[in-house]
Design a binder for this molecule. Sequence first.
Ligand code: NAD
Length: 380
Amino acid sequence: MTAAPRKRVLILPGDGIGPEILAQTRRVVDWFVARRALPADLYEEPFGIPAYRAHGSFLRDETWDEIEAADAILFGAIGSPEYDTIPGAAEGAGLMRMRTELGLFINLRPVRAAAPLHAVSPLKAEVLRQTDLVIVRELTGGIYTGKPRGIETVDGVRRGVNTMIYSEPEIERITRAAFDLARTRRKRVCSVDKSNVLEVSRLWREVVQRLRDTAYSDVELTHLFVDNAAMQLVRAPAQFDVLLTENLFGDILSDIGAAAAGSIGMLPSASMTGMDADGPARHRALYEPIHGSAPDIAGKGIANPCGAILSFAMCLRHSFLRPDDAALLEAATIATIENGARTADIARPGQPTLSTAEMGSAILRELDAMADGWPAAARA
Ligand code: NAD
């Protein structure tokens, strides 16, 4: 058997709690390199405020070269009140640049309500049972990138302008990703839009339905307005398999999904350019927890690293084509929580809590315990 080619994995910790959670993720990556012969070469670059402090630039050219050279990027978070104090600084610019210039239009956001965390979710256990869905969020279009945009003054009155725009090909390619994903799951897609009000949503619904009828008739398709979808996500999240939606709606709905998972600190994501079996393995992909930089807890060492670590599990599955290793990491993370390990965000009142680093250590111990009985890594 020929050895799998080595992959460049770039760690970009970013702002706020990013460095804290990515330090734990890095320990997990090192474990897979040492214990499961993962063919990964690790690189790390400052990004955002730490990069500005060190080099006077939020995203310097050397870092961009590393981004372009990477097979997989493990990203922490971006965002800090400090951006407001630096003239010309645009907080999300670096992340948006990566998403758009690397063409990462597919954003997968799995939401599972793990049984040991039912007690910390604001939703009832009977509502959470069987919740296992994936939000497929379009990541490079819509109102986040549409033009015209800006703040302007017209007839002496200031106004803000953003534009929600999607072309048919943009809708079609993300829809294909959702249907392809559904075929590997329970074969059900619910497409979320606001077609009772927005023209862009009317086109969205038309294209999604047409593609289903012409190319994916084996997949069940339903449509929901986004306001109803938000309610259904808290009322009965287990009804969903694949939720397909555009950029802004997906951003908001996935934070609602976080309530089902117990904490936003639990949820991973993968951003990629293709869903074909070896798409992310051949192209760049970016893996990040869905949460932000959490300035309110940054520097305290209490952030939950699970979302970042589970994002690396998605990297194992999609970029390294190692489903067994991905399953091992997911199982070890859940077992760690089952055994009572809790960061503050997923602790019940009075329950002892672990620091970010202690949670990382607990997951590594569980990996050690589980690895011996686990099947050898299937190599791509
Ligand atoms: P946030 O996700 O950073 O935080 C929301 C709440 O969840 C906070 O109370 C925070 O303490 C908590 N939280 C988040 N992650 C956690 C973790 N791992 N462990 C424990 N608790 C956690 O969202 P926000 O407060 O709306 O935004 C803060 C900053 O992050 C802003 O500057 C925003 O623009 C940015 N942001 C960045 C991204 C990204 O990098 N992809 C995503 C969302 C928000």
